[in-house]
Ligand binder design. Structure first.
Ligand SMILES: [Ca+2]
Length: 461
């Protein structure tokens, strides 16, 4: 693989050291792992007092182009499965926890054969978080910390800030997070975004939509908040925030458990939105086939429970929802995220507190779902896409996940809902990868998490 025309970002990289991601809250101490990038996740755990654990950053995902073909489990049956050693990485943080099945972590390393070209489309974004494509291939790009939204052309021309967005609570992992273009954009011009909403008594993730008025001075009008994560809590961490539209017109939104103990203990409590994936209609109403509707105490938007901080989400060719969540030290997870299931946090998991303290008695328990894959040490995931394009035939149906602390683009080869190969791409950029989306042209588009964040395009050379 060769990288052309890409100025390298000089940064200190500690691979395999702590990678977690927590965004370093403003009050925290020095972050050793994070290359100087304020953003989020990196973290140094343990610096923030009062946190139970660690923190992980905010992963995200965007699912880019939903809908196309093959599921992640598709694949050519006659292809031999990869074999050999895993991607080089540090020793596990929690060696006493054994995987539930072979291939749940540290699968054989694989290598992309197609030479890559990485082009910088634009730079100067302050901790950008998400990309969404307009029908004409221009991109909406969010900046987490400033709460700003821009429209960027394929040639890199950046619009003035889109005006009319509500204020955000930008502390820690908060701010303006994901953005999506509505499925009926051609007629409605509706765009959707997630952000940390300042509230009396704290904050909480919110989903808003509005009509984008394009032009030399772009703005949004008729802003409507369609979902609010409840309860309101004073925390700058673990808000989740990725959105995925499904072809049947529903919207998944990933949420976190706020990291502090008061929130963490609500991750499996259906009376709270914390630590959940939710599913709503685009106007914020509740789909009548959601899984907890028969429980009058449950929040009706809930799709799945027991998550820590889900920062990545994408649909496969069967329109099933895959998510990646930021775990504690040694516990980032890939989950096939199904209706009404409990993904175990904080009862089970493969990691430990950043202090080294034990969180879980066991990584497995009856009635709780096992991750399809986990990382120990962690990558600090954010951003995800399942590749369906034609530019890279060898990547078809592979998962791509941004690595913040790991400063890499992770590629997972999946067969029959199991991960069978892993690659860490673009290590030579020395950049925290916040977002990965497949463009309409089949290229991958990335954002790097830095105070001078870059928008990159990856194509075959
Ligand atoms: Ca789990």
């Amino acid at each position: 693989m060769r990288i052309l025309s890409m100025p390298l970002i000089v940064a200190t990289l500690l691979v395999g050291c702590r990678d977690d991601s927590d965004p370093t809250p403003p009050d925290s101490g020095t972050s050793q792992q994070d290359s100087g990038v304020p953003g989020d996740d990196a973290g140094v755990p343990g610096t923030d007092a009062g946190l139970p654990g660690d923190d992980a950053g905010v992963p995200g995902t965007d699912a880019g182009v939903p809908g196309t073909d093959a599921g992640v489990d598709a694949g050519t049956p006659e292809d031999p499965l990869p074999s050999g050693p895993p991607v080089p990485q540090g020793p596990p943080n929690v060696p006493e926890f054994d995987p539930a099945f072979p291939g749940q972590t540290r699968v054989p390393a694989i290598q992309t054969k197609t030479p890559l070209d990485v082009v910088e489309i634009a730079s100067g974004f302050r901790n950008p978080w998400a990309i969404a494509f307009l029908p004409d291939q221009r991109m909406l790009v969010t900046e987490k910390a400033t709460g700003s939204l821009y429209i960027v052309t394929q040639q890199g021309a950046k619009s003035p800030k889109v005006s009319g967005l509500p204020a955000v609570d930008a502390r820690g992992q908060g701010g303006l997070l994901d953005v999506e273009v509505g499925p009926d954009y051609a007629t409605s011009q509706l765009i959707y975004w997630t952000y940390s909403e300042p509230r009396s008594g704290g904050n909480g993730l919110a989903v808003a939509r509005a009509r984008l008025v394009d032009g030399a001075l772009p703005r949004v009008e008729n802003v409507q908040v369609i979902f609010r994560m409840m309860p309101t809590l004073e925390s700058t961490l673990h808000s989740g925030g990725r959105m995925v539209f499904t072809p049947d017109g529903k919207l998944f939104v990933t949420l976190g458990e706020r990291s502090i103990l008061e929130g963490r203990v609500q991750a499996q409590d259906v009376k709270s939105h914390f630590g959940k994936v939710v599913r709503i209609n685009p106007d914020g109403t509740v789909p009548q086939d959601n899984p907890y509707l028969s429980n009058p105490e449950a929040k009706p938007e809930i799709w799945s429970i027991g998550h820590r901080n889900v920062l990545s989400a994408a649909l496969d060719s069967q329109n099933r929802l895959w998510t990646v969540e930021m775990g504690p030290k040694g516990g980032d997870e890939v989950n096939l995220t199904q209706a009404g299931k409990d993904y175990g946090w904080p009862t089970i998991g493969y990691g430990e507190e950043y202090s080294g303290a034990r969180i879980h008695q066991s990584p497995q328990a009856p009635g709780m779902e096992q991750p399809v894959y986990y990382w120990d040490p962690v990558i600090a995931p954010s951003g995800m896409t399942i590749y369906t394009g034609t530019l890279f035939p060898e990547w078809r149906n592979n998962m791509f996940i941004g690595g913040l602390a790991a400063q890499t683009l992770v590629r997972l080869m999946v067969r029959n809902d199991r991960v069978v190969g892993e690659e860490h791409l673009l290590k030579n950029l020395n950049a925290r990868i916040r977002e990965v989306v497949q463009g309409p042209d089949g290229a991958l588009y990335l954002l790097t998490d830095a105070t001078n964040g870059k928008l990159l395009r990856v194509t075959p050379r």
